[in-house]
Ligand binder design. Structure first.
Ligand SMILES: [Zn+2]
Length: 142
């Protein structure tokens, strides 16, 4: 009659979603503040495309439902180029791009992991993303 406890042991509590926490973050001047639901150990993308190589942001891409803008909607300015799919949002006061709507996931939100408060971050794994060869690299992060 040990079947039940064996099944319980096989259950893995560390699966995606179970351990996610609300990380908070924002721009430099503090006008823009947001929170994002993500694991405490973050895997972020380091992209080398024409804009990311200049801003140097680390990408944490989440579904829209995992993102809440707490304040600063009126502080955001938008920049668009190329296909115009991505909405590059940044704070009009301090210039920091703390999150935006990415071309790769127009229904999601791309968080700049460098703008997260560190209190909830256990570790950060940085994965190179070849944005210079966008079409091929896009296929790798479906
Ligand atoms: Zn700001």
């Amino acid at each position: 009659m040990s079947t039940r406890s064996e099944q319980r042991e096989q259950f893995s509590p560390g699966e995606d979603g179970d351990t996610s926490v609300w990380h908070q973050g924002g721009c430099h001047c503090g006008r823009v503040r947001f929170e994002v639901l993500a694991p405490p150990v973050l895997e972020v993308l380091d992209c080398n495309c024409s804009i990311c190589i200049k801003t140097g942001l680390w990408h944490l891409i989440v579904p829209k439902t995992h993102f809440r803008l707490l304040q600063g909607d009126d502080a955001l300015t938008e920049y668009q180029f190329g296909t115009g799919t991505a909405r590059h949002l940044f704070c009009a006061t301090c210039g920091i791009k703390s999150f935006y709507i990415p071309r790769s996931h127009p229904d999601g939100v791309d968080i700049n992991a460098r703008c997260l408060d560190q209190s909830q971050v256990q570790a950060l794994r940085i994965r190179p993303y070849d944005g210079q060869n966008w079409e091929q690299a896009r296929a790798g992060i479906e």
